[in-house]
Design a protein around this ligand. Structure first.
Ligand SMILES: *[C@@H]1O[C@H](CO)[C@@H](O)[C@H](O)[C@H]1NC(C)=O
Ligand SMILES: *[C@@H]1O[C@H](CO)[C@@H](O)[C@H](O)[C@H]1NC(C)=O
Ligand SMILES: *[C@@H]1O[C@H](CO)[C@@H](O)[C@H](O)[C@H]1NC(C)=O
Ligand SMILES: *[C@@H]1O[C@H](CO)[C@@H](O)[C@H](O)[C@H]1NC(C)=O
Length: 189
């Protein structure tokens, strides 16, 4: 599945035109909201590294382990009126299946590769105790080229008990800007 995605990305015309400015996805803000019965001590911050890159640091303590959780990913794009409008993606997937490699849905797999690299959520469920992500950023090479603009990825996390009761755990809203890479001309000396 990853290979299919890679081929798709390579075939996009924007990528073959070497003279085109490179598009980068720079994180601009992050919001984390938790259900206090499930997730506490939330801290989510964005730190700018340079003109083109910012990283996220996230921390959270789970009150109850995540045993069978799903993630609803909705993508929004900011319009001229400064409001966010739904943008193409609205999918729900079982995250434990992705972590256990029982499912290879493209959006889930991309997110899993990112999470595995930057966080301690790098093992099968249950997910418990302290969760963190360090220096998390979006790898442009993993996503298709998006039109320039401001986007919000909303990740809504729900856990389903063996009795089939689903409980809201929290939401992460990740804002980023698809922009042309800023090249700083070095004319020192
Ligand atoms: C939240 O943080 C406080 C202070 O560090 C700590 O005592 C508490 O155990 C944490 N809560 C959870 C559920 O880990
Ligand atoms: C995504 O789908 C869910 C369930 O079908 C729906 O409730 C929600 O409003 C949709 N979100 C957007 C942004 O369209
Ligand atoms: C995060 O980035 C900073 C600055 O680049 C670096 O000093 C630190 O070691 C990184 N932390 C991790 C856990 O990779
Ligand atoms: C896990 O959650 C899914 C819904 O996302 C549900 O269909 C399934 O029965 C649950 N499995 C267990 C073992 O609770």
């Amino acid at each position: 599945m990853y290979l299919a995605w890679l081929v798709f990305v390579i075939l996009l015309p924007d990528w073959s035109a070497g003279a085109e400015p490179k598009i980068v996805y720079k994180a601009t803000n992050i919001e984390c909201i938790g259900n206090p019965k499930r997730a506490v001590n939330l801290s989510c911050i964005i730190k700018a590294i340079n003109w083109n890159k910012a990283v996220a640091q996230m921390d959270c303590d789970l009150v109850v382990p995540l045993r069978n959780f799903s993630i609803q990913l909705e993508v929004f794009k900011k319009g001229y009126s400064n409001q966010y409008h739904p943008f193409l993606v609205n999918v729900t997937f079982n995250a434990c299946d992705i972590l256990a490699k029982r499912s290879f849905l493209p959006y889930g797999t991309i997110m899993w590769r990112t999470v595995k690299e930057f966080s301690n959520v790098n093992h099968p469920c249950p997910i418990e105790n302290h969760l963190y992500a360090r220096n998390l950023s979006i790898d442009e090479n993993m996503l298709p080229v998006l039109p320039l603009g401001i986007y919000m990825f909303s990740l809504r996390i729900t856990d389903v008990s063996p009795k089939g009761l689903s409980e809201y755990v929290g939401v992460i809203k990740f804002y980023f800007q698809a922009m042309e890479m800023i090249r700083i001309k070095k004319n020192i000396n």
